[in-house]
Ligand binder design. Structure first.
Ligand code: GRF
Length: 209
């Protein structure tokens, strides 16, 4: 990784891409990273359009086009490697990355998750928080390891749960916070704010959002 130049970021998405849009909005404001590629597992992912509007290269690597999960992972890895990323962001990417991908980019893959990990990993995190009856949840930006939402935590921000919240309302309010926390964290990574320990923050930062 070049220590001085603008960092290249490849974003993986599956759907709406509101986090991708937030990252793109921040790059317009002048940051030390650039979204250089967007890859989706679904051709219909709305977020692909945000990238195309800005002439950012996009690619679709669909599991349907491959005979098994291993082959799909190999194709995804090949596509990611072509984009020469400094950082990879999974922003609403609804598939688990295979070990080959993770080992190729150790501590270079960043994920955003809609809960205060380690609480409520996996799918439907806002629903899990409501069902558990907690009064505060939030979002986490973390590095990806081979577990599900278990990698080193980079940043977290809290979101109160209101009495009238349903799953959709709560997720919408969490996402509004994600849209600040993810670009802010990526900027910190791009400028090596997480030194002195290479790439793993110590101690964990807490956003003031
Ligand atoms: C976000 O809430 C993120 O935390 C979760 O999936 C959602 C994706 O939303 N992993 P979007 O596609 O960025 O709008």
């Amino acid at each position: 990784m070049d220590a001085t130049s603008t960092k290249r970021v490849t974003v993986l998405i599956s759907g709406t891409g509101s986090n991708l849009r937030a990252l793109l909005a921040h790059t317009a404001a002048g940051v030390d990273y650039e979204i250089t590629s967007v890859i989706s597992d679904r051709a219909t992912a709305k977020g692909l359009g945000f990238a195309q509007e800005r002439n950012i290269p996009t690619a679709v690597v669909s599991p349907k086009a491959h005979t098994n999960r291993t082959q799909w992972n190999q194709a995804l890895l090949a596509e990611i490697e072509q984009t020469r990323p400094d950082w990879i962001v999974t922003a609403g990417f609804m598939r688990i990355l295979g070990p080959d991908v993770i080992r190729k980019f150790p501590l270079r893959i960043v994920n955003v998750h809609p809960s205060l990990l380690p609480s409520f990993p996996g799918v439907h995190a806002p629903r899990q928080a409501l069902e558990a009856g907690v009064r505060v949840t939030g979002c986490t930006v973390h590095l990806v390891d081979e577990g599900v939402d278990t990698g080193p935590i980079l940043a977290q921000a809290s979101v109160p749960i209101l009495a009238q919240d349903n799953e959709r309302d709560l997720h919408t309010r969490i996402q509004a916070v994600e849209h600040q926390l993810l670009p802010e964290t990526l900027q910190q990574l791009a400028t090596r704010h997480f030194a002195p320990f290479p790439w793993i923050p110590s101690p964990t930062t807490t956003s003031t959002l």
